[in-house]
Design a protein around this ligand. Sequence first.
Ligand code: DAH
Length: 356
Amino acid sequence: MVDTLKAEALRAIAAATDPASLEDVRVAVLGKKGRVTSLMRDLGGLDPEARKIRGAALNLLKTEIAAALDARKFELQDNALAARLESERVDVTLSARPTSEGRIHPISQTIDEITAIFADMGFAVAEGPDVEGDFYNFTALNIPPEHPARQMHDTFYLPDAPDGTQRVLRTHTSPVQIRTMLSVKPPIRIIAPGRTYRSDYDMTHTPMFHQVEALVVDEAVHMGHLKGCIVEFCRAFFDIDDLPVRFRPSFFPFTEPSAEVDIGCMRSGGELKIGAFGDWLEIMGCGMVHPKVLANCGIDPTRYQGFAFGMGIERIAMLKYGIPDLRTFFEADSRWLKHYGFAALDQPSLAVGLSR
Ligand code: DAH
């Protein structure tokens, strides 16, 4: 009788596939009205000797069934957990798959590339405001009022500031040189990429465009440093190891001596190719910072020298990426961006490659 009951109970326990059906088995066997419980209750009608034997057997049965119930309970819990882990599994080894159609604009890409090259040479990035004071944009750069260079810049003038100073949309990034020299002491080594504005619009001019400025100020800085730095930049940016770079004497009010920089190219059949082909193309202005400009910023020109250069970002982006028309940069045409834009996760770096 006890053996049959035990066998049946163990079979029922093994057959229970979830906590609820296992609980039903427990109630049917060990519950108040369960089969073992009622057998216990019947013990009272037995004589003492038989009750003792039967009682011991029932207690053992009860313990064994309770142990089997517990074991099965844990087994079911383990199975449930394993099933859940299986169904909720996340494969963290999957690579990120960008689904966005978005592209990095060639101007942003080019600024990132320029920044990567100069960061590698130890330059920091500096910024200045687009709405600039006349002092920073012109006067401190040794372009006094009535200087012809002011007319050459096709300046957008804005209403005067509350304190009466003349405000303009900056016509170049050179005012960031002034702001930097006024706020930090040499040694200085910065680049300043950003928007610039001139009232001009045709195939090769837009009223808003971008420049990047570079400024180095230290003791014993000379023209050789300027040349080395620019040659290194040009070759890294265009990724041409033997790219010819030439310095032509020129004039800027804020540098003395001043030069314009040409790189090697080839023009044939309306096409322009960068490289060692014998022809030349101008890409930037540069020079040794004029002693008056250093003095305007409270830097002693007898102790410090500096070099600077500035170039148009659209221009070098067009040359590198074969973009024929400047105006298309700012038309916000998604088809153009899809063609000329860059994947968001391909950050330019000298280690991995500037543009992939
Ligand atoms: N600011 C000049 C321009 O917009 C470019 C330039 C030339 C910047 C010579 C410089 C420099 O820093 O040294 O045409």
